[in-house]
Design a protein around this ligand. Structure first.
Ligand code: AHR
Length: 511
């Protein structure tokens, strides 16, 4: 079915900055994300620096990874950081009861994580343990990482080989406190979070950005409780309040939780149901933002989507606790529509982290446990195509005549779009969600002259296309030539013809 949408963009009216942290990442001690994914150990045949895989680092550097959240997720609330520092052979072992019930030998700990962040050029986002930890333990971790001079934790860090303190900004106060993080009620967690945040000090020049563990999906009541906890009076030496950010988690899971569907083996109806779920992220961002606006009209508290992505049944034959899933063009389109929503809410949403970077859920990279071969997923390519949006100013895209499709009781808008501008370059993102037919988008570009365009497209013959070691470019980025100039009454007109199930970016040179 041929569809035409129209998009008016005022190139000279820049909106809020799209934080690069909307392109953040999440790496948990879960399955083969850390062990086998990032970490192979110094004795591995796989080229590594201090045990960290260099092929993975190199691939991720192309994405300009802004931050990396670690060590969980649910694992964060059973992680005791002191077990992961000091000589590796002396580190105690533990059982990762959340994820696969496997033994964790703590080979990858604080120093290894900070080294990984340095190699990636990413800011660390450390998630502390509220569920089974103590206030003292969390407070000392902050001191260990960030304090200089004469202090017990700074001395311990030096003993362990690191003289200078690190700079750590993002700090999570627990994770999913309503569930795996302790099964707390919102009020109970809010009080605990205030207590923990109080003792997460700013040492020296380091300034923490404390993130309270927020809601699941559309639990707006949880957000409201946290917002009240921030605003109600208390003594704090931190003039910015107890927390600077509040998180929430939203996964795209169209099927029932016990049978989420296959990552590879799905039909067109499953695809559309997935897209409806994916686009729902915008309604949920809007819902949390509306609650926050009541208590924080000046928008000083950041909304942080610290876990998002598709969650399918694990690949047959793999450990159910390892959450290993394949990644297709469908996953890439899920990512594309998420980013459009993120850009539109850049005034409140300050960070979003895909779950998870390597070998877990909607990964950027899959590594073969046998050969070690590395594959870039379709989702990776969406992140790569969007680096131009990092820290750019959001542009409103007034989309009209958007074609829709009835899905179940609702309707899916089949074209998704967003745009940003940075200096003399604008980046327009366009997704045609139609499974079978092309879409035409007429861009009416106003306010600045367009002197050149460069298009790129991510697509494949089928929605089920995935990259594997045998066919690593089944879903790949290609130059896109479906753009032609068209007359517009007020501005520069571009007609963009987008094939079925495709993601397109247009880089515009502006005078
Ligand atoms: O990303 C996998 C898990 O999903 C995380 O550990 C948890 O926070 C969420 O439920």
């Amino acid at each position: 079915m041929l569809s035409t949408a129209r998009a008016v963009i005022d190139l000279d009216v820049p909106g809020p900055t799209i934080s690069r942290h909307l392109y953040g990442h999440f790496a948990e001690h879960l399955g083969r994300c850390i062990y086998g994914g990032f970490w192979v150990g110094e004795d591995s045949d796989i080229p590594n620096e201090g045990g960290i895989r260099l092929d993975v680092v190199e691939a991720l550097r192309a994405l300009d990874v802004p931050n990396l959240r670690w060590p969980g997720g649910c694992f964060a609330d059973e992680y005791h950081w002191r077990d992961g520092v000091g000589p590796r052979q002396d580190r105690p072992r533990m059982v990762n009861t959340h994820w696969g019930d496997v033994v964790e030998d703590n080979a990858f700990g604080t120093h290894e994580f900070m080294h990984l962040c340095e190699l990636l050029g990413a800011e660390p986002y450390v998630n502390g343990n509220v569920g089974s930890g103590t206030v003292r333990e969390m407070s000392e971790w902050v001191e260990y990482l960030t304090r200089d001079g004469d202090s017990p934790m700074a001395a311990l860090r030096r003993e362990n080989g690191r003289a200078e303190p690190w700079k750590v900004k993002f700090w999570g106060i627990g994770n999913e406190a309503w569930g795996c993080g302790g099964n707390m009620r919102a009020e109970a967690y809010a009080d605990l979070a205030r207590q923990y945040a109080t003792f997460c000090r700013d040492h020296g020049e380091n300034r923490l950005y404390r993130i309270a563990a927020g809601a699941s999906d559309d639990d707006y009541a949880w957000t409201e409780t946290l917002m009240k906890a921030i605003s109600c009076l208390g003594w704090t030496r931190e003039p910015r309040g107890f927390f600077q950010g509040i998180s929430f988690h939203y996964y795209t899971v169209p099927g029932p939780w016990h049978d989420k569907g296959s990552a590879l083996d799905f039909g067109t109806e499953d695809y559309y149901a997935t897209m409806v779920q994916a686009r729902r992220v915008e309604e949920i961002i809007r819902g949390h933002a509306a609650v926050m606006d009541v208590y924080d009209p000046g928008r000083t508290v950041g909304l942080v989507l610290d876990e998002w992505g598709t969650w399918w049944n694990v690949e047959p034959g793999t450990n159910p606790g390892f959450l290993y899933q394949q990644n297709t063009l469908r996953d890439a389109l899920v990512a594309a529509v998420h980013f459009d929503a993120f850009h539109r809410h850049a005034d409140r949403l300050v960070m979003a982290n895909i779950a998870q970077t390597v070998n877990v859920l909607q990964a950027m990279i899959l590594t073969d446990p046998g050969t070690g071969a590395l594959v870039l997923t379709p989702t990776y390519h969406v992140f790569a195509m969007n680096t131009g949006h990092h820290d750019a100013a959001a542009l409103d895209v007034h989309l009209t005549a958007t074609p829709t499709k009835a899905v179940g009781e609702g309707e899916l808008e089949r074209v998704s779009a967003s745009a940003s501008v940075k200096g003399d370059t604008a980046l327009v993102s366009l997704t045609n969600l139609d499974a079978d037919g092309p879409a035409t988008v007429v861009l009416d570009l106003r306010g600045r002259a367009v002197t050149g365009t460069r298009g790129r497209i991510l697509t494949a013959d089928t929605l089920q296309a995935a990259n594997t070691p045998q066919a690593s470019a089944a879903v790949a980025v290609h130059d896109f030539h479906g753009v032609r100039t068209t007359d517009q009454a007020f501005g520069h007109g571009l007609q963009v013809d987008i094939p079925a199930h495709s993601y397109v970016t247009l880089e515009l040179n502006l005078a």
